[in-house]
Each structure stands twice: as structure tokens, then as C-alpha cells.
Design a protein around this ligand. Structure first.
Ligand SMILES: *[C@@H]1O[C@H](CO)[C@@H](O)[C@H](O)[C@H]1NC(C)=O
Ligand SMILES: *[C@@H]1O[C@H](CO)[C@@H](O)[C@H](O)[C@H]1NC(C)=O
Ligand SMILES: *[C@@H]1O[C@H](CO)[C@@H](O)[C@H](O)[C@H]1NC(C)=O
Length: 449
């Protein structure tokens, strides 16, 4: 890291610290313990930015650029990504997880991923790496004389890298690599402030007490939502996780943690009526983060890995906690094979509830591909909808741990999000499945509107 860069980072960190210092002389003075920073700086006293938001990804292996500096290796040296997907990732949906993992555990996994890693923000100036689609492609194929391209924008990189073969381009992690609640409170104090009411330690709620507020203006912190669903970020729920509005799983997880914070803050307020907003907020935050860490490390991770984890031996200052490019690009994708094409809603007595589609028709469940960056999903409006979705996710078995990625992620929307709308108008799928392997075939075009 150059001296200028180091200075800039230190200054940025100092500026970020100012409100905290000011606060501490104000109503925050009753807090006698060190409040955990939002941006992950200074946990390591020798390398201050280790694990911090906007730190460069770590590399386990040398970079492999065509020019050794920043140009990606592409066709014809490497095979076409869409063709690989069509050969290797295609397959039957509805096969059950070998370990009976629930959809809720998959959704929690997504949340842990966004807690420690976010490298999808597009770079500036924009650089594109569109993926060519063959005419015969079952979903995106077309006989048009125009080439068919899935649009793909390259991710942001650390500006101090990518200048010579000695220093090839390295992408950045925009959130803290620590499990420190950045997916609930954001990775900066200003982000967190934007989520707060500054009254009774609460996060801002919207239509009802147990639903988060919806964004009313262009909110710059969210990662770019799919513009085809609606320009800007209006109507998206306000979360600390920039990706939380992406689909039903991430929205539901965001709402669960939002509710848990406000539940704890209200409980603390009853127990300690004299506590200020800041005391309530930081005490609730501390408990939320500890609970999240405990579930992630001692419950979810052993179940996910299938092996028990050793108990925490204490902070190891020589270990770089940064997320590696290899982990970000490959390892976490394993979780995608578990994602189901949709979820059922169930009420408290476990009865299935049908989902309402955008055109007011009904489906047996919520289809994943219809929920990408969806602002006004008729099936996800009230807090009861969320409760029913959580019940459904907790009682539905995830997809099998294999090479197959459901069409909702592989073909229909995930790719379409960045592509021209070349989706065939009628796309029949028979994907609905449940612990009892209920199968319903229905014809519904994946529409994000
Ligand atoms: C998964 O559930 C099925 C049906 O209840 C059961 O037979 C099987 O043993 C379970 N598998 C595991 C790994 O728990
Ligand atoms: C392209 O044209 C061929 C021959 O007319 C036809 O069989 C095929 O379905 C067309 N493909 C698409 C995607 O329209
Ligand atoms: C759940 O739905 C079923 C069928 O719609 C209904 O009979 C039952 O009363 C509902 N349970 C609750 C707790 O609302």
C-alpha cells in the first residue's frame, strides 16, 4: 500500500470516528465499554485495516490475468461460461438435501455470506465482460441476427492495484470480513444512523412495528437493484445489508434480525427506563451480534459442514481475517446448489397458504425468480406474510447438495437481471416440492414485474 493510500485510509477512518468521539461526550457518556466500530477498522493493532470494509480481497493463489495485470482470460482460451452452465449445472429440481437441511438454514447461509463478503458492486469506470449466448440456448437463445449477450459488469477493484504484473488487480470487499453484524447495521456509522429512529434504541419501522421502513428516496447505500424492476431504490426495505432486497430469502432474513433488534431494545427499555437511546441501541446491538455469532458459529456452521467446530481459542493476531478471492468466487457458490426454486407459505398450524402473484392469480408457493428486487410482492406485504414465509422456510427441505442450480438462479432471473429480456414467454416448470415431496405443475412465466 502506498503512503498516500495509507494516509487517505487513516484520514477516512478518523473522519468516520469523529461522530463517535462527539457522541461520547454527549448522551453516550453512560456507555463505559468500547462500542464496536461499524467499519471493522482497528481490530488488529498492527494492521488496522485487516478485515475492514473496503479492504482488498486476500489471494490464496497468484492472479491469472491474460496480461498479468488486469485483463481477464476469456474465450477462446477458456470455454464459454453459459455453455458450461448449460452442461454442468442443469438438472432436475426437487431432489431433497442429503442432510435434510431446511430452506431457512440456506437463507441463513446467504445472510452469513453477505455478513462477511460483498464484492459485487460494479467498478468505476465501468468495464464489461458480456457473456455470449448461443442461438440454441434453451432460455436465452434466439434466431435474431444480433448477437445475444448476457450483460456482465466487472467488479470494483482496489485502485492501488492493477498497475503492473508485480501488482495485479485485486477486487475489494465492501463489508467487514468480521461477523460483527454489518449485515444488520451496515458497514459504516452513517449507514447505521440512516436505519435508526434515535428514539428508544430502535431501528426504523414502516407499515407496522415489526416491518422495516421502506426507502422513500434514492438511497445510495444499496447495491444496485435490477433496473428492470424499477429504477432507483424507492420502496426497497432499509437494511444494513446492501443485498437484502435481492430475493425472498434475503428479505426474510433481514426482517428477522431487524425484529430481533427491536425486540431486545424494547425489552431493555422496560428493564432500564432511564437508559438513553444510544445506551439502548448499543446494548441491543451488542446482544444481537453475539446471538448472530453464536448461531452462525456453533449451530449453523457445524450443521452446514457436518463436522463440529472447535471452540473459539481467542483472537489470533497473525491470521488475516480477509475474505479471499477464491472463497468469494468459488467456495460460497456451493450454497447456491441448495437454493430451492421457491418456498411455500404456511400458517401457525402448518397449513399451506397460497401465494398471490402480481396479476392477482394464485400459486401454491412463492417462486424465487419472481421475487428478485421485487418491491411490492403481493405475497410479502404484511408481517403475517413474513411469519408464514418463515414457517414455510423452516419446514421445507432444501435442494440437494449437488451440481444442479435451479433455473430460477441459473437461467431465469439471475442471469436475466443483467441481460436483455430474451426470456421465452412461457416457461413451464414443475419444481414445487416440500418435505413430503408435494408436486404441483404450473405454468408461470418468470416475470420480475
Ligand atoms: C432425512 O429425513 C428422512 C425422512 O424423515 C429420514 O429418513 C433421513 O434419515 C433423514 N436424513 C438425515 C441425514 O437426517
Ligand atoms: C430458430 O429457427 C429454427 C428453424 O426455423 C427453429 O426450429 C427454432 O425453434 C428457432 N429458435 C428460436 C429460439 O426461435
Ligand atoms: C391456517 O389455515 C387453515 C386453512 O386455511 C385454517 O383452517 C387455520 O385456522 C389457520 N390457522 C391459523 C392459526 O390461522
Amino acid at each position: 500500500m502506498g503512503l498516500c493510500e495509507l494516509l487517505l485510509r487513516t484520514l477516512t477512518a478518523l473522519v468516520a470516528k469523529v461522530p463517535l468521539i462527539l457522541n461520547q461526550t454527549g448522551d453516550n457518556s453512560a456507555i463505559t465499554w468500547e462500542v464496536q466500530r461499524y467499519d471493522g477498522w482497528y481490530n488488529n493493532l498492527a494492521d488496522h485495516d485487516r478485515g475492514a470494509a473496503d479492504a482488498a480481497l486476500v489471494r490464496l493463489f497468484p492472479a491469472q490475468y491474460t496480461d498479468g495485470v488486469y485483463l481477464p482470460r476469456q474465450e477462446p482460451r477458456l470455454p464459454n461460461p453459459r455453455q458450461i452452465s448449460n452442461i454442468a449445472m442443469i438438472g432436475q429440481s426437487g431432489l431433497m438435501s442429503y442432510r435434510n437441511r431446511s430452506v431457512l438454514s440456506v437463507a441463513f447461509g446467504y445472510h452469513v455470506w453477505s455478513e462477511i463478503s460483498e464484492s459485487r458492486r460494479p467498478g468505476c469506470p465501468p468495464e464489461f465482460m458480456h457473456i455470449k449466448v448461443q442461438k440454441e440456448d434453451p432460455i436465452f437463445g434466439s434466431n435474431s441476427s444480433q448477437p445475444i449477450l448476457l450483460q456482465f459488469q466487472r467488479a470494483e477493484w482496489d485502485p492501488s492495484t492493477g498497475k503492473s504484473p508485480n501488482n495485479p488487480r485485486t477486487q475489494v470487499n465492501h463489508v467487514t470480513a468480521w461477523i460483527d453484524g454489518s449485515s444488520i447495521y451496515g458497514s459504516s456509522s452513517s449507514w447505521c444512523d440512516a436505519l435508526r429512529t434515535f428514539s428508544k434504541g430502535l431501528l426504523a419501522s414502516g407499515s407496522s412495528q415489526d416491518m422495516p421502513r421502506r426507502s422513500s428516496s434514492g438511497y445510495l447505500m444499496w447495491s444496485a437493484p435490477d433496473p428492470s424492476t424499477s429504477p432507483g431504490s424507492q420502496e426497497l426495505y432499509e437494511f444494513g445489508n446492501a443485498r437484502a432486497n435481492e430475493n425472498i430469502f434475503t428479505v426474510t432474513e433481514g426482517i428477522i434480525w431487524f425484529r430481533y433488534h427491536n425486540y431486545l431494545a424494547s425489552k431493555l427499555h422496560k428493564e432500564h427506563p432511564s437508559w438513553s437511546d444510544e445506551e439502548l441501541f448499543q446494548n441491543a446491538r451488542k446482544r444481537v451480534i453475539a446471538t448472530f455469532q453464536n448461531i452462525a458459529f456453533y449451530e449453523w456452521l457445524p450443521a452446514y459442514l457436518g463436522t463440529p467446530v472447535t471452540s473459539y481459542p481467542g483472537y489470533q493476531k497473525y491470521v488475516d481475517p480477509g475474505i479471499s478471492a477464491e472463497f468469494e468466487a468459488a467456495a460460497v457458490r456451493f450454497g447456491l446448489t441448495l437454493a430451492p426454486p421457491g418456498v411455500y407459505k404456511r400458517n401457525r398450524t402448518c397449513h399451506y397458504k397460497s401465494a398471490v402473484n402480481n396479476d392477482a392469480s394464485k400459486s401454491p408457493g412463492l417462486r424465487l425468480c419472481n421475487t428478485f428486487w421485487n418491491r411490492n410482492n403481493p405475497s410479502l406485504q404484511s408481517s403475517q406474510d413474513v411469519d408464514e414465509l418463515i414457517m414455510g422456510m423452516a419446514s421445507q427441505i432444501a435442494e440437494r447438495e449437488d451440481n444442479i442450480i435451479v433455473e430460477d438462479l441459473r437461467g431465469c432471473c439471475s442471469l436475466r437481471r443483467r441481460s436483455k429480456p430474451y426470456v421465452t414467454p412461457h416457461f413451464t416448470m414443475s419444481f414445487w416440492t416440500s418435505p413430503v415431496q408435494r408436486r404441483v405443475t404450473f405454468k408461470r412465466m418468470c416475470s420480475s414485474g
